[in-house]
Design a protein around this ligand. Structure first.
Ligand SMILES: Cc1ncc(COP(=O)(O)O)c(C=O)c1O
Length: 423
């Protein structure tokens, strides 16, 4: 038990042999750390140690943990109405949130379908696209997706992930075959994507992309012009564009939505993660007016056939409304710009380290990519020993801190990366 405290609390001892952790070889992995409290950019462990969080709980806690405004909104909602089924019934936090998302989303992305996780909102987006074409009298069930892309772990989402990056190759027998393409980052790739769409447009329902940053596939950045090219080709060939802004949404790349930087209005957009500020599970699938119009009909068969039990969870919607208040009230995008500048300065010395292949920063995402795969367990432990919570993705050490992180705390994170790599 290197990372865990020497004498963990009773709940840890009693429960640990019954839990199954994500992406974890349960036989060999080091024991997980017991967290008992969170606050701002800090996680408090059961043994009293405090870690500065460089990951913001898988990119969700944009406003820091336990923000009083979000907590108050959730507490008030909890007493009024924690949850009610969304079939035939609606509630104020969901409708208010839908209106507000429609207002801030690009263009006429004005219709909101709620779900409970990012992956499920991707499933909804894919089904929405397929049924959009069915409702218009066409059968199109294939999607174009991009190498290094990641869109979630459910079956439909896995089928549009890079099979290798997403560790989903082993499930290939389960998955429908879609069409993987390279991002159009040069003329040859643009011509290849153009040709693919020209050849198969009548079977392609849409193109799925993480705009500007491919997150779980290695924190890879592409220029707004690349996204603009994808959007142009989608339009020219008459296929839908699905922007998965689950990671990039809510300021992470420097604008509220990454699509804005290419002036792109996707036909469908998925949101989750920072939507509730990391307080409750909730996701949203936004559709443009013309997409929604394809479902509005006298024919009941043309209704969107999806409805998760916990969709539009009232506590999640209350948290999300409060998180949107914070975006309106506090200048998060200025904070993102400041974080970017500080990371650029403080991560730059890593370039001189022999183990480092590249250092890159976009918005509040800082990346130090190594030349070789590290011993991940040892690397994680070294970070914990320095009082920071950083979880590299393979060769990619990255920071996605809360957007509210104080400069000193951010320096602790960047300093830990420099020190651990220098060691
Ligand atoms: C771009 C993107 N899409 C979808 C997902 C899946 O979201 P969830 O883990 O909430 O199912 C993720 C998760 O990391 C993601 O980064």
């Amino acid at each position: 038990m290197t990372d865990a405290q020497p004498s963990p609390p009773a709940w840890y001892r009693d429960g640990i042999d019954h839990i199954w952790l994500p992406y974890t070889q349960m036989k060999t992995a080091r024991p997980p750390l017991p967290v008992v409290r969170s606050e701002g950019a800090r996680l408090h462990l059961a043994d009293g140690r405090v870690l500065i969080d460089g990951i913001a709980s898988w990119w969700t806690a944009a406003h820091g943990y336990n923000h009083p405004h979000i907590l108050a909104a959730v507490e008030a909602q909890l007493r009024r109405l924690p949850h009610v089924m969304f079939g035939g019934l609606v509630h104020e936090p969901a409708l208010r949130l839908a209106r507000r998302l429609a207002e801030i989303a690009p263009g006429d992305l004005e219709r909101v379908f709620f779900a409970e996780s990012g992956s499920v909102s991707v499933e909804v987006a894919l089904k929405m696209a397929v049924q959009y074409w069915l409702n218009r009298g066409e059968t199109r069930a294939r999607f174009v997706f991009f190498r290094h892309g990641y869109h979630g772990d459910t079956t439909g989402a896995m089928a549009v992930c890079d099979p290798d990056e997403g560790m989903h190759a082993r499930f290939s027998a389960l998955l429908p075959r879609h069409l993987m393409a390279e991002l159009p980052e040069d003329d040859a790739r643009t011509r290849a994507l153009d040709a693919l769409l020209a050849r198969r447009r009548h079977e392609i329902a849409g193109i799925v992309i993480e705009p500007l940053v491919q997150g779980a596939g290695g924190m890879r950045f592409h220029a707004p012009a690349v996204l603009a090219t994808v959007a142009r080709l989608a339009q020219e060939h008459g296929v839908l564009l699905i922007a998965d802004e689950i990671f990039t949404g809510f300021g992470r790349t420097g604008t509220l939505f990454a699509s804005e930087q290419a002036a792109v209005v996707p036909d469908i957009m998925t949101l989750s993660k920072a939507l509730t500020g990391g307080v409750a599970p909730l996701s949203a699938c936004l559709a443009r007016a013309h997409v929604f119009a394809a479902f509005c009909d006298d024919d009941p068969e043309k209704a969107l056939m999806h409805g998760p039990t916990y969709m539009a969870h009232a506590l999640g919607c209350a948290a999300a409304n409060a998180a949107l208040d914070l975006f309106a009230r506090e200048d998060r995008l200025a904070q993102v710009a400041a974080i970017a500048e500080q990371m650029r300065t403080e991560l730059a010395p890593c370039r001189d380290l022999p183990a480092v292949r590249e250092v890159r920063v976009k918005g509040a995402i800082g990346v130090v990519e190594l030349r070789e795969p590290p011993d991940l367990e040892a690397l994680r432990a070294a970070f914990v020993a320095r009082g920071v919570w950083i979880r590299p993705l393979g060769q990619v050490i990255y920071l996605t801190p809360p957007l509210t992180i104080a400069p000193d705390d951010l320096s602790r994170l960047t300093g830990a990366i420099r020190a651990v790599l220098a060691d």
